[in-house]
Design a protein around this ligand. Structure first.
Ligand code: NAP
Length: 465
């Protein structure tokens, strides 16, 4: 009998999720020229690319050019795309084990972390990730409501998502109208009344998680002055010591840019972006109708922890910032998948370098993971390339060691017939190419990268389903 991975008996791999980790799984596998592999990618939405489509800022198109490489992988005959089918809804783990030798979960981190302060559930208090998905036209989020009639909004956290949200709230219609942001979001933001935006960081400039180009851009907005107090822009002694010890170039750049922004005189622009350091929210305050009216913060001081890192601790000083909108932007969070061992404390699948394990560390043969659901929501898009490479190398090692699942029906036609029987409105990559071409064509007419379809029905209508 021929070996699995040979031309006669290709290795059959199911990939769950079509974001960067899923596509880097494909490209990494394709580098192993000695292995005959057939990969089927399953995606809950009709559209691929995960956060590249629904998370990356619409005014940062350059980050989306990675999809050219993903399309190249998808062109390979070893690849098939099954969109509009959900793991746990249309099929289960046992179904996949019927058709595949190896199954890899690349489902990302679709939820977000809570702040755990009183008032978090008030009307007007949102997760930044919901807002991001809304303005990017994620079909699950088109009906979300954000009261942009408010004058002031606060964003909690010093990461790139916080900066993205602040920038979108601060940009003018001229700065947004040529993006691929959902049409309804462009219209809502054009009518926005927001004049004051606060970014609230619990630690100092030297611990900011955003990257230098992102913070630098805030000083270049058409109608927004940036306000940072010189006092809060000044790096404390413990942080200076940490910066010297680590020698991280990005931190040094951030600190310099923040200083420059603090020293820049306001130019009387229409909006003000206030970046605050060393403040932690302690309560979101609301009126008798349950609407957000402000955020109470405590001033922090930096101190060096026993492990050498600089942390923040509360002082006795508090203040209340009047805002009608609050966005918590303190990190994404993975959600459990049915029948897959989940580390609830970390929001990740239990794994050892991509091999899925039980909570006791025992490896589950044939099951793998890559991307944010493997390691947590950190790093940039490219970080998923090396992350997927680690997992794929282990998949190849296990294949060669004969450690994989033995499917009853390894023929690729069998898997397709099965999934078709569960979802008649299956979307292939050719279908997606039609949706893509239509979006781009509509975009051309409006001088935009694309005009997105934001609901599944309109995509199926286009495909005449
Ligand atoms: P992030 O980079 O992990 O930042 C989370 C921020 O929340 C940190 O400043 C953190 O502060 C703060 N935080 C956590 N818990 C808090 C609490 N209880 N109270 C106050 N602040 C709290 O997460 P993210 O911004 O969601 O981004 C996720 C990933 O996507 C990151 O790797 C990011 O770089 C990436 N991303 C990149 C881009 C880009 O390249 N342009 C754009 C968007 C996202 P501490 O440091 O004190 O914990």
């Amino acid at each position: 009998m021929s070996e699995v991975g040979s031309e006669q008996q290709p290795l059959r791999v199911a990939i769950i999720g079509s974001g960067p980790a899923g596509f880097y799984t494909v490209s990494n596998f394709l580098k192993h020229k000695d292995i005959h592999v057939e990969m089927d990618m399953y995606e809950r939405l009709p559209t691929p690319f995960g956060l590249v489509r629904a998370g990356v800022a619409p005014d940062h198109q350059k980050y989306k050019t990675v999809t050219r490489a993903y399309n190249k992988s998808a062109d390979n005959p070893a690849f098939r795309f099954f969109g509009n089918v959900a793991y746990g809804e249309h099929f289960k783990l046992a179904d996949l084990q019927q058709y595949y030798h190896q199954i890899i979960f690349c489902s990302g981190a679709s939820s977000d972390r809570n702040l755990d302060v009183p008032g978090e559930d008030l009307t007007g208090s949102h997760s930044a990730t919901d807002f991001v998905a809304w303005y990017n036209g994620h079909p699950d989020c088109v009906d979300f409501k954000f009261d942009l009639g408010q004058e002031s909004a606060a964003i909690i956290g010093l990461g790139n998502v916080a900066v993205d949200v602040a920038r979108i709230l601060c940009k003018t219609n001229d700065e947004l109208k040529n993006t691929d942001m959902a049409d309804y979001a462009i219209a809502a933001l054009a009518d926005s009344n927001i004049k004051n935006v606060y970014i609230l960081g619990r630690r100092g400039p030297a611990q900011a998680a955003f990257t230098p180009p992102e913070i630098k851009e805030m000083g270049e907005l058409e109608d927004t002055d940036v306000s940072i107090s010189l006092d809060e822009a000044t790096v404390d002694a413990a942080s200076l010591e940490e910066m010297e010890a680590k020698g991280d170039k990005n931190t040094a750049k951030n600190v310099k840019i923040i200083r420059t922004l603090a020293e820049t005189q306001p130019q009387g622009k229409g909006k003000q972006l206030n970046i605050r350091f060393l403040v932690s929210p302690t309560e979101i305050i609301g009126d008798e109708n349950g609407n957000v009216t402000g955020i109470k913060v405590v001033k922090n001081e930096a101190y060096k922890d026993e492990d050498g890192s600089v942390r923040a601790r509360a002082t006795a000083e508090t203040e209340t910032i009047p805002v009608g909108l609050v966005f918590r932007s303190v990190g994404y969070r993975g959600v459990p998948l049915p029948e897959i061992p989940f580390n609830a404390a970390w929001g990740t699948i239990f794994n050892d370098a991509g091999r899925i394990t039980n909570s006791d560390g025992a490896v589950q043969p044939g099951l793998y993971t890559a991307g944010w659901i493997k390691r947590g929501p950190t790093g940039v898009i490219g970080t998923n390339k090396t992350d997927a490479q680690e997992t794929v190398n282990n998949m190849v090692e296990d294949l060669k060691a004969g450690k994989f699942n033995q499917p009853d029906e390894p023929a690729k036609e069998a898997a397709e017939a099965f999934i078709q029987s569960r979802q008649a409105d299956l979307i292939s990559y050719q279908d997606w190419a039609k949706i893509d071409a239509s979006e781009v064509e509509k975009g051309l007419a409006a001088d935009r990268p694309r005009v997105k379809y934001t609901d599944v029905k309109s995509m199926l209508d286009l495909l005449e389903r």
